[in-house]
Design a protein around this ligand. Structure first.
Ligand code: ADP
Ligand code: MG
Length: 245
């Protein structure tokens, strides 16, 4: 374990019954680093992300967030989770709450922020995602892309140290994808530490510091975008890239 990493994953295994989905994943992510994970569906990418905030319990191995072992009973998991923002393919906004309330809910309930301050912060994050004019709207009145940007603002409102994205644009109509990627790119440029599972190869090429190719429960290859996209070493990486590029 090394305090210098935001996220440190050591020999992570996860099985569902007989199905070994993660087979010993290692990954270190530094402060301000953006790691994009690519790879075929069913290879374990979502399970991996879910293990990082213990939405899934690893079968074996260790995950350290800011140096805290999330499997250690002495670690305050609630606090660790507050520092990890997660954005899913399906935005999971609370349908009965306005955009503003969606964003202020966790800060007021979990961080005991006062209402006025939480509202001010929410407007700040809505501004970052370009949606201040939608503060009073209900989620159903927004497009998919707008809902996803609200979901990003909601995650940011907890002021996380790390943001995890699981295919955040996969469920969107094509014309919505660019706006969401633009928000994510801006976050990356502002120094947010991010792990992004994505099929958007252009985004991975231009935004990632590091690209990790996930296949069959393991990171088979990782490197700079140039290394992985232009000079893949593993046959599995080459074959995947031939299909998607
Ligand atoms: P990816 O995100 O790369 O598409 P997933 O992590 O979603 O891959 O899934 C990897 C494998 O884990 C699949 O075979 C899937 O069926 C299995 N799996 C994922 N979650 C569960 C679960 N809760 N129970 C049983 N099997 C699961
Ligand atoms: Mg997935």
């Amino acid at each position: 374990m090394d305090k210098g990493y935001k996220v440190q994953v050591e020999d992570l295994h996860k099985s569902f019954g007989d199905n070994e989905v993660l087979k010993g994943v290692n990954l270190n992510v530094k402060d301000n680093e953006v790691v994009c994970m690519i790879g075929p569906s069913g290879s374990g990418k979502s399970t991996f992300l879910r293990c990082l905030n213990k939405l899934e319990d690893p079968t074996n191995g260790h995950v350290y967030i800011d140096g805290y072992d999330i499997s250690d009973p002495k670690t305050n998991l609630d606090l660790v989770r507050q520092n990890i923002g997660m954005v899913f393919q399906h935005f999971n906004l609370f349908p009965h709450l306005s955009v503003l309330k969606n964003i202020t809910l966790a800060p007021t309930q979990l961080k005991k922020a006062d209402d006025a301050e939480a509202k001010k912060q929410a407007m700040h994050y809505l501004d970052i995602v370009g949606l201040t004019e939608k503060a009073a709207a209900m989620p159903s009145q927004l497009s998919g892309g707008q809902q996803q940007r609200v979901a990003i603002a909601r995650a940011l409102a907890m002021q996380p140290d790390v943001m995890l994205f699981d295919e955040p644009t996969s469920a969107l109509d094509p014309e919505m994808v660019g706006d969401v990627l633009a928000v994510m790119k801006r976050l990356a440029q502002q120094g947010m530490t991010m792990i992004v599972v994505t099929h958007e190869m252009g985004f991975a090429k231009s935004v990632a510091d590091r690209v990790a190719f996930f296949h069959d429960g393991l990171i088979q290859e990782e490197g700079t975008p140039e290394q992985v996209f232009d000079h893949p070493q593993q046959p599995a990486t080459q074959s995947f890239l031939n299909k998607v590029l």
